[in-house]
Design a protein around this ligand. Sequence first.
Ligand code: FAD
Length: 406
Amino acid sequence: MNSRVVIVGAGHAGGSAAAFLRQYGHTGPIVLIGDEPLLPYQRPPLSKAWLKGEADAESLQLKPDSWYEEASVSLRLGATAASLNRGARTVTLSSGEQLSYDYLILATGARARTLPIPGADLAGVLALRTAADAEALKGALGPGKRLAVVGGGYVGLEAAASARALGGEATIIERESRVLARVACETLSSFFQAYHGARGVRFELSAGVAGFEGADGHVTGVRLSDGAVVPCDAALVGVGAHPNDELAKDAGLDCANGVVVDIEARTADPHVFAIGDVTHRPLPHYDRQFRLESVPNALEQAKQAAAAIAGKPMPPHEVPWFWSDQYDLKLQIAGLPFDADRQVVRGDVAAARFAVFHLKGDLVQAVEAINAPPEFMAGKQLIAKRTRIDIDRLMDAAISMKDVAA
Ligand code: FAD
């Protein structure tokens, strides 16, 4: 209870771990190190409400300024952890300051992937991971302004929707033949593409990007592999994120697309935990290891590490879930479609109220729900309890999800 905890990374996972430690009764010192100059904040609004001017910096914070002093959480903001010495149990900051720990929590998250192509360093070629990134992107949006988005993932689609909401133009350039190819099923991809298309977003699919064109040091267009140019005033590169696992790797911890942890968020070193986007973690419902990038995952692992350190019982395992907001659409996804052999659509795709269930035999592996919270909630429970279902009843939207799940 009196052990000294150092948390590296003051993002969603790191900030939440500090809060859960105090909530679970940990009384020892907590030091939170973050290389951004800000208190821990939520990233999801950065591509949504924040871009549209509907959220201010304070509303993004996980906890108000006063909480850290009240909770005796010592902050090192704008400070980078440069190295770990696991033998001596110390963290060295780039300033040279050394901090000792009994328990270390690595919560270093992920960084936006970049494209190593000509013109990538032009002004106006942007990423979207931090509040500073979002501020720069916000400045590039507005009536008549043309945004090119490289990458048709969630962040890219959300940014395109925000650009359109602000009266600008948006073109999504995607290497695959459909948007969301890595993260959603074909039904969802074509639904989102049609929904965005009807709201004026343009698409270049199956399109490689060869480089960025510029004038006077500023981007003016995205050059595709076939030579065509998509003209723009700003280009957002949204091609995924890379785990910040170098600190762990250099300290000899096992990493495989993220820091390898067990179901209590512990690394092979019993004094070192890792949580959030930076981890490669077990998924108990699926019997495999995976790296997740979501707020629910950051919170679940923050709870696990805090409970283990504070000597509290482990929280129950959660089914992975995620959400995305675009226009008036609320997408909620529970589970992952591993080993699924069948997809079943329930509801009305044309009315933008439906869910796609991914089944392995008569077990639900995942559900992707558009404006359909009952399907999402019931689907999540079906996955958690491994309940066998009657597929004909599932497909019949006249039967309530409560009855299908009963
Ligand atoms: P982060 O929040 O990235 O925090 C890690 C922190 O550690 C960063 O501040 C980083 O700078 C810092 N750091 C790294 N290395 C060091 C070091 N050596 N020393 C000190 N500090 C360091 N998830 C959802 O579930 N739903 C959504 O709708 C959604 N929308 C999103 C929209 C955007 C634009 C983005 C970027 C993400 C979105 N996510 C969403 C994902 C979600 O925000 C992340 O999963 C979550 O932030 C992960 O938390 P984390 O603490 O692991 O990482």
